[in-house]
Design a protein around this ligand. Structure first.
Ligand code: IMP
Ligand code: MG
Length: 179
């Protein structure tokens, strides 16, 4: 285990089984129809890259990046679009891939933005969900794991841009925040 990690919340094996479970559901629900996978930069990239390898329909991949103003361990309601999609999504089935849903602000804004572009369908999947922190209601179609109200790092999730490369999801020691 990394020296800054206090405990593991989701092991590598549990991540792999969630990826498989979600991919199976998406394959079943889309029933062979083409899918545009939209990975939300940067945190969702390990999850999105694992997921697309298990999808069986024709898949396109694109990216969006948003940033929220405010403190580093929670998002505010103000979402700034830093990078938009490179294509028109009219008539397409879209799957938004997120690392974690916390207050719900980020996914709420992204979903609204895409719905106004006349996609055929917009689905959301997230590896982690912290339901106890929800501020705005946003319906998520596929969830890897629900976790308690703790700040998670690893498998794409960062603290101050670090720890995204951990193959599991864990909680940092207090000393790691003081650096
Ligand atoms: P929301 O807008 O509050 O739902 O937050 C979503 C975004 O905040 C995620 O995409 C993450 O970038 C970040 N975030 C929320 N909780 C955590 C966490 O526990 N660890 C790392 N990043 C988090
Ligand atoms: Mg993120």
């Amino acid at each position: 285990m990394h020296k800054d990690v206090e405990k593991i919340l989701v092991t590598e094996e549990q991540i792999n089984s969630a990826v498989k479970r979600i991919a199976d559901s998406v394959n079943r629900d889309l029933n062979g129809e083409p899918l545009l996978v939209v990975a939300i930069l940067k945190g969702s990239t390990p999850f999105a890259m694992d997921l697309i390898k298990k999808l069986t329909m024709p898949v396109e991949l694109d990216f969006m990046q948003v940033s929220s103003y405010g403190k580093s361990t929670s998002s505010s309601g103000f979402i700034n679009l830093k990078k938009d999609l490179e294509q028109d999504i009219t008539g397409k089935n879209v799957l938004i891939v997120e690392d974690i849903i916390d207050s719900g602000n980020t996914l709420f804004k992204i979903k609204k933005l895409l719905e106004h572009r006349d996609a055929k369908s917009v689905r959301i999947c997230t590896m982690l969900d912290k339901p106890s922190r929800r501020v705005v209601d946003v319906s998520v179609d596929y969830v890897g794991y629900e976790i308690p109200d703790e700040f998670a790092v690893g498998y794409g999730l960062d603290y101050d841009e670090l720890y995204r490369n951990l193959p599991y999801i864990g909680v940092l020691k207090k000393s790691a925040y003081q650096k």
